[in-house]
Design a protein around this ligand. Sequence first.
Ligand SMILES: NC(=O)C1=CN([C@@H]2O[C@H](COP(=O)(O)OP(=O)(O)OC[C@H]3O[C@@H](n4cnc5c(N)ncnc54)[C@H](O)[C@@H]3O)[C@@H](O)[C@H]2O)C=CC1
Ligand SMILES: O=C(O)[C@H]1O[C@H](OP(=O)(O)OP(=O)(O)OC[C@H]2O[C@@H](n3ccc(=O)[nH]c3=O)[C@H](O)[C@@H]2O)[C@H](O)[C@@H](O)[C@@H]1O
Length: 480
Amino acid sequence: MVKICCLGAGYVGGPTMAVIALKCPSIEVAVVDISVARIAAWNSDQLPIYEPGLEEVVKKCRGKNLFFSTDVEKHVFEADIVFVSVNTPTKTRGLGAGKAADLTYWESAARMIADVSKSDKIVVEKSTVPVKTAEAIEKILTHNSKGIKYQILSNPEFLAEGTAIQDLFNPDRVLIGGRETPEGYKAVQTLKSVYAQWVPEDRILTTNLWSAELSKLAANAFLAQRISSVNAMSALCEATGADVTEVAYAVGKDTRIGQKFLNASVGFGGSCFQKDILNLVYICECNGLPEVAEYWKQVIKINDYQKSRFVNRLVSSMFNTVANKKVAILGFAFKKDTGDTRETPAIDVCQGLLGDKAQLSIYDPQVTEDQIQRDLSMNKFDWDHPLHLQPMSPTTVKKVSVVWDAYDATKDAHAVCILTEWDEFKKLDFQRIYDNMQKPAFVFDGRNVVDANKLREIGFIVYSIGKPLDAWLKDMPAVA
Ligand SMILES: NC(=O)C1=CN([C@@H]2O[C@H](COP(=O)(O)OP(=O)(O)OC[C@H]3O[C@@H](n4cnc5c(N)ncnc54)[C@H](O)[C@@H]3O)[C@@H](O)[C@H]2O)C=CC1
Ligand SMILES: O=C(O)[C@H]1O[C@H](OP(=O)(O)OP(=O)(O)OC[C@H]2O[C@@H](n3ccc(=O)[nH]c3=O)[C@H](O)[C@@H]2O)[C@H](O)[C@@H](O)[C@@H]1O
């Protein structure tokens, strides 16, 4: 029986390995992690991450050919294929701080693999890493090899949170990069045969190592660039009376451009877009390509602009101050159908409003109070380290309450901010909300999920990203 071990039981390692176990009953899959709490959760009824369809898959395989364990060394020792899906956060100190990927977790994983291995292994990069990381890993492994042969493959993951299971069941493509040597080709074929058990062969792409590593950074950069493009247009729409939804639809009807990923928003979030673009920028700078670096930097700058533009719009339309006003925040996760808050635009918006002394009441169906308090008190980039290595006792942010109901959050509020596009927000009884709010009552829709005209009929003053402005908002400056 082929044995797979995956280092890192996170948003990628957990779902990816669960699907491999489900689709390949003849393979034994062990997912291991240094976080005892995370592994305990994977072995319980309360999985550590919320992802539609995940629980069903885990329940079908757990204890049969899918195991979650903290016995990292035992499972690496036994494995034929070792996936590495550990954190690759942005460096916060030293050379490349604020841009370069921090490969501490990766390097320690590689050294541990070299220490415990007694048989040949295929080591698969599942984490998103800088181009040429495979070469560094190869060096660590071969310098400590004790005669054991390793083949390094790059197999970046393209799943999106909230749709991870569906993306894994039916991926647009699986990408495998390897060394262009007979041993390299053989390793690529071995991994290909795993995916081929459910993915059509024409969707399994094989390339050299550096193309695979760079394609992952490039794909995320292109996706984020689309959002920054439409968000940049949203500012111009507000200034001119155009409607960004209509513009995006008309633009996307061109089959060369396509309709997907053109929703204007308060800004993109998530653990990867910003981190991976910063990493790409750093690689460009290191390779003497400052113009290319500058080009990609703009994607992040527009994203930051969009978030501060939103806060400014809110504050300026509420008589230029939100001091001691209650603002209800509906949605804190970085997108719907996940409880993940890493790099969520809600953090920047909340911090902006707190900076203006607002009183926040936050509701998200999947995010706990503890998580929100941590997020609002953590330093930039600290969130992307393993849970048990993050600051343990965050100072509770005063002026923030976290509630378990949208109606509770909005009661007596001056304004409602929608920051995540949860489906349930579309079905709220806005008449009831309006009746219980201070007047004038404002709605700032950062995801364009509510029917603005209906809300206006109720009496709300409504701001929707990139849509023609209410007379109330027209004269208010919204510059960043
Ligand atoms: N979250 C996402 O949707 C996607 C993430 N990625 C990439 O995948 C990688 C992992 O991301 P996530 O799963 O989101 O992170 P995560 O933080 O959810 O999971 C990483 C896990 O690795 C564990 N870990 C760290 N060092 C370890 C070691 N030496 N041995 C064993 N376990 C160790 C941590 O405790 C943590 O549980 C990152 O490089 C990320 O850029 C790629 C595609 C999608
Ligand atoms: O490398 C990764 O981590 C992953 O990053 C993204 O996946 P994810 O961040 O989970 O979610 P997305 O659906 O891409 O959304 C990212 C952010 O962009 C925002 N977004 C998305 C689409 C859109 O049209 N407008 C928009 O503002 C979302 O609300 C969210 O905040 C990519 O879509 C995945 O392919 C990739 O594997």
